[in-house]
Design a protein around this ligand. Structure first.
Ligand SMILES: Nc1ncnc2c1ncn2[C@@H]1O[C@H](COP(=O)(O)OP(=O)(O)OP(=O)(O)O)[C@@H](O)[C@H]1O
Length: 264
């Protein structure tokens, strides 16, 4: 049986002039359909680069990325990305930001009325129907991220790629969004890859945590399974031994085995 997503011995180097930076080396990872996988590692190790490779935004230098056994080499609506800083179009309403994606993906397959219902359905998933006529500048940071999530989900991607989606939010908004993402994941079973710096976030949300070594030439140092039953409730987990062991293992990896040393 083939893995749903396979990152197969991938290298990535960037070349500028005569200088080459080897960012990723020999990264191999398989992800099953419906899994929620986090990628954690120190700043600059290459997490976003790995996500961009999977998104098809930048080409691999060696190896291959296969989604359902088909090689990924360009961006496509089957891999939707949510970035840390929302990428909504400021001159369009919340509704139209989602509609644009829906029209692009389903313009031929759904009628106008079906597309309108689908936009509303996805805004409802993230509880943003009430603000559908607002512009991005008129809503909070957390709300913008929710709209970005609705836009990504509306494309019915095979893989949802989240690049530190809650990184710029305050702790309470962040917790609320994490809960919402868990709920949506439970409802839709979307295969999700999320970059995070936050150990608690990784332990709370993930089926597996992929821990990256430091760059340059970063690779996967270890992968940790998180055998906690779902639904997960943050308050109950605070004293759960499996949760605490998971946190400790990630912290040990980051701060003992792969301490971050700032480049000179
Ligand atoms: N287009 C590019 N050209 C040259 N170098 C790049 C390019 N994109 C990324 N890099 C380099 O690759 C390395 C990894 O960057 P990347 O953004 O993937 O790290 P990261 O782990 O996501 O960092 P952070 O956690 O701080 O967001 C960095 O040294 C960065 O300078």
């Amino acid at each position: 049986m083939h893995a749903y997503l396979k990152v197969d011995h991938v290298d990535k180097a960037f070349t500028r002039g005569t200088a080459t930076t080897q960012v990723l080396r020999d990264v191999t990872l398989t992800i099953e359909r419906g899994e929620f996988v986090s990628i954690i590692g120190h700043s600059g190790c290459g997490k976003s680069t790995l996500l961009n490779l999977i998104a098809g935004l930048t080409p691999v230098s060696a190896g291959a990325i296969l989604l359902e056994n088909k090689e990924v080499n360009a961006p496509g609506p089957d891999r939707a990305v949510v970035f840390q800083n929302h990428s909504l179009l400021p001159w369009l309403s919340v509704y139209d930001n989602v509609r644009l994606a829906v029209d692009k993906v389903f313009g031929a397959g759904k009628t106008r009325a079906e597309r309108r219902d689908w936009v509303m359905h996805n805004l409802d998933l993230v509880q943003m129907v009430h603000a559908k006529d607002k512009r991005p500048s008129e809503i909070s940071g957390g709300m913008k991220q929710r709209v970005g999530l609705a836009r990504a989900l509306s494309m019915e991607p095979k893989i949802l790629l989240l690049d530190e989606p809650f990184g710029a939010l305050d702790a309470l908004t962040r917790a609320h969004l994490q809960d919402q993402v868990m709920e949506i994941h439970a409802r839709l079973g979307a295969t999700t890859i999320m970059i995070t710096h936050d150990v608690d976030e990784a332990a709370l949300l993930s089926d597996r945590i992929v821990m990256m070594t430091n760059g340059p030439s970063a690779t996967i140092g270890d992968i940790l399974g998180v055998p906690l039953p779902r639904p997960r409730r943050r308050l109950e987990l605070a004293a759960n031994p499996t949760y605490l062991r998971t946190r400790e293992a990630v912290l040990k990896f980051l701060y003992e085995r792969h301490r971050f040393v700032e480049a000179a």
